[in-house]
Each structure stands twice: as C-alpha cells, then as structure tokens.
Design a protein around this ligand. Structure first.
Ligand SMILES: Cc1cc2nc3c(=O)[nH]c(=O)nc-3n(C[C@H](O)[C@H](O)[C@H](O)COP(=O)(O)OP(=O)(O)OC[C@H]3O[C@@H](n4cnc5c(N)ncnc54)[C@H](O)[C@@H]3O)c2cc1C
Length: 402
C-alpha cells in the first residue's frame, strides 16, 4: 500500500468519518488512522449475553441537519421513542409531550403541577425553539442556561422540577452553566424530531458512514504519536500526505497540537435486563433521588434483547449506589426489584467536552498548517461532530484544489 495519500485523518470518530466520507466522495485518496479497535470513537456498541449495549447512553436525533446531509439516515434502521418525557418523584408523575401536537395536553398536565404562567412559558419556549431558525436562536450575547431559563420567565420551581432534570441528563451539567445558545439548539432538536436508537445499536451510525466512503484506507490499532502538516507517525508506521486532519477528542488534540482542552463531563450508565415491558416508550425521568433518565430500549428495538426479555438503560451524572438505581428503576416501571438484573455499569469519564459560554461555532477548521475537527470545535453532540468534519473537509478541499 503506498504511504502517500492526499489526506491523512487522525481519529475515526464521527468527525473524522464525516470528513473521510466527503473527501473520498470528492475523489481524494484518504487514509484514516485510529488508535482503538473500532470506528466511531465515543459512538460504540457491544454485545453482552445477547443484549446489545451502547457505550454510555446516547440517542440519535433524525432532525440533526448534518446527519440528514450525510445521506446515511436511511441505513440506520432508527427506532424512535415516544416524543414525551415522563417525570416521576415517587409520589406523583406527569408527562411533557411533543409541543407540535400536545400544547393543550401539556398545559393541562403541567397546570396540575406548576403555576399556569410557568406551564405557558414552558410550552412557549418549546414552540419558539421548534419554529425559530438555529441562526436566530444563537444570535446575540450568550449566557448560561440557568440565566437563559430565568430570562424567558420560568420560575426556579419549574426549572428545578422540569428543565433541570432533562437538561442535566442531556448536557451532563449539574449547575446549568452550559451555553444557553446550545441549550436552545437542544430544545430545537427535541421539538423537531423524535430521537431514537438504531436496531443494532449506535455503532450503526459510524459503520454507515464508513460504508459510504469509497476506497478509504482504514488503519485501526495505530496510535498517532507525532505529526506535521504533511506527515503522520504512529506506533507502527509513518505516512505522508498533502494535508493532515486532526479529528481526535479534545484532550488528544491538546497533547498533539496544543489546542485548548476545556475538560470533560462524565456520564454513568446502567444497563438492566428486565421482563418484557408494555407501553414504556417514553423517556422516564426519576427526580426522587437525584435525577436519572431511564429508557426501555427494547420497547422500540426488541432485537437488542434476547427473546422475551427487556433492556432498560438508566443514565445520570455522578456516582450512585447500584442498588438504589435498580430500586428506582423497578419503581418507575412498576416491577419487582428481583426482576431487574444489572448487566453492566459504565462510567464514561470523557463523555462530553465541557461547553460553557459563549458558544463559538465559527472557529476556522485549521490551526497553523494543520486541519482540525471534533465535537469540541462545534457542539458536544453527534450533530456538532459531523458539522466539524464537514467544515474540515471543505477547508481541505479548498487547499488541495488551489
Ligand atoms: C456517554 C455519551 C453520551 C452521549 N449522548 C449523546 C446524545 O444523546 N446525543 C448526541 O448528539 N451526542 C451524544 N454524545 C456526544 C457524541 O457521541 C460525541 O459528541 C461525538 O461522538 C464525538 O465525535 P468526535 O469524532 O468528535 O470524537 P470521538 O468520538 O472522541 O473520536 C475521536 C477518535 O480519535 C481517536 N484517537 C484518539 N487519540 C488518538 C491517537 N493518538 N491516534 C489515533 N487516533 C486517536 C479515538 O480512538 C476516537 O476514535 C454522547 C457521548 C457520550 C460519550
């Protein structure tokens, strides 16, 4: 195999894969090098005792514009969950549904729980997110999510009871210091599409990107140790190229090329085997002891559990006693604790790059004479990683064509 290609990409996560897809489709020769044993980076699935588990709990939103643009959505066999959040504190429970169809039911449900002004402000927030463009939502000075929620008129009570549990599970941020502009993009994607999981696990996404990248030269198990604008050295080989793209996570990029590292947010995920459940397709949020998001994955993707069994994932921030998570899950799904069996507990310490204020999605996709991509360049999400890959591919295309 020749050691010279047009481009070498370091990192086969979603950012590197999206860049590889575009560059190969444009006719460039591309080598993609990754230190791990799989493509997809943080988006990864594995099988344990017949259950397909993802590495950490994550959802794919079919409304992500860059996912649609990548052309692989149809390949994912994405199974969407009911567009509703069910909150429970052990005593009472209530549901917030998709604002496209359920403004009045939402107001009624929330009216029983919250002040009418809060119920109204919350529905207005979700509707505004749905119908306002991403450009407008991120215009003007950024602030923290907590400041943004207070500014739109929500009381501390509704923030603590409804918004904080949802956002904490999604942003993995206990204090809501994350960018308000990004929070609004999250509300937008929740209000615009029904998040789901592929029938064969989240790995379906990187594999579909890989399959749509013609003639890509892929090298796994090769850690890049040094690089320049035209050369890459790994633990086993050296490669040269006309352009080099660093598409690693932020900490590796910081070590390799000195870009900033903002630190990480951690997610803990528990995967449980249960009996097969019924009518359990909504996202359940347990607010009794801390906040844990729970989802019956097998309700939409029965393939992910052995026949007759259920697969439920509970995820949250920080550490918890396994027995407490199990007992809360049993309560939320009305099961006997003895029927809930822990399959795997995962502490993903490098889940999301910390994103505080201001959100900045316009940084150039290059640093000196190297190209750079990764979710940390955009937003800590699948959409952010894919966009960063596309921006880097465009910048490389421009340079190579010059
Ligand atoms: C637990 C968890 C839950 C999440 N939930 C959601 C969600 O619900 N919705 C959502 O939109 N997003 C979610 N995300 C975020 C999303 O998965 C990430 O933002 C995205 O996958 C990041 O892709 P990336 O390509 O930027 O980085 P990565 O996936 O980190 O890819 C970087 C790649 O670089 C490789 N690499 C590192 N060092 C080297 C080296 N020295 N040499 C060669 N290769 C190297 C790594 O092996 C890796 O493959 C979640 C992430 C996690 C972990």
């Amino acid at each position: 195999m020749p050691t010279q290609t047009d481009v070498v990409i370091v990192g086969a996560g979603l950012a590197g894969l999206r860049a590889a897809q575009l560059l190969t489709q444009r006719g460039f020769t591309v080598r993609l090098v990754d230190s791990s044993d799989h493509v997809g980076g943080r988006v990864h699935s594995s099988t344990t005792d017949g259950f397909i588990l993802d590495q950490g709990f994550q959802l794919i939103n079919p409304s992500y514009p860059e996912l649609v643009a990548s052309g692989v959505l149809e390949e994912l066999d994405l199974r969407s969950f009911a567009p509703a959040l069910r909150f429970s504190d052990g005593e009472t429970s209530f549901e917030v549904a998709d604002p496209r169809y359920a403004l009045m039911p939402n107001l009624r449900a929330l009216g029983g729980q919250l002040a009418p002004s809060d119920a109204f402000s919350l529905s207005r927030l979700l509707l505004a997110a749905r119908f306002t463009s991403a450009t407008r939502l991120t215009r003007g000075a950024d602030r923290t999510t907590l400041e943004g929620l207070l500014e739109v008129g929500l009381s501390p009570s509704v923030i603590n009871k409804v918004l904080q549990p949802f956002l904490r599970g999604t942003m993995l941020d206990e204090t809501l210091e994350t960018s308000w502009h990004y929070a609004q993009l999250l509300f937008k994607s929740f209000a615009s599409g029904r998040p789901g999981t592929p029938a064969t696990g989240v790995s379906a996404l990187p594999l579909a990107l890989l399959n749509s990248s013609p003639a890509l030269q892929l090298h796994l198990h090769e850690a890049v140790t040094a690089l320049t604008a035209t050369s890459v050295s790994t633990n086993t080989a050296s490669y040269s190229a006309r352009a080099v793209l660093v598409a690693t996570d932020q900490s590796t990029a910081a070590a390799l090329i000195g870009t900033p590292d903002t630190g990480w947010r951690t997610q803990t995920a528990y995967w449980f085997a249960t009996p097969q459940l019924e009518k359990s397709q909504q996202f359940r949020i347990d607010t009794k002891r801390g906040v844990w998001n729970m989802l019956d994955v097998s309700s939409v993707a029965p393939e992910r559990a052995p026949s007759g069994r259920g697969l439920v994932v509970a995820s949250g921030v920080g550490d918890r006693d396994d027995a407490l998570v199990r007992s809360d899950l049993a309560r939320l799904y009305d099961l006997d604790e003895g029927d809930v069996v822990l399959i795997e507990r995962q502490v993903v310490t490098r889940a999301l790059p910390k994103l505080t204020t201001p959100l900045n999605c316009t940084r150039p996709a290059s640093r000196g004479d190297l190209f750079v991509a990764g979710d940390w360049m955009q937003t800590p999400s699948i959409q952010g990683a894919l966009v960063s890959g596309r921006r880097a591919a465009d910048a490389i295309t421009e340079q190579l064509a010059a």
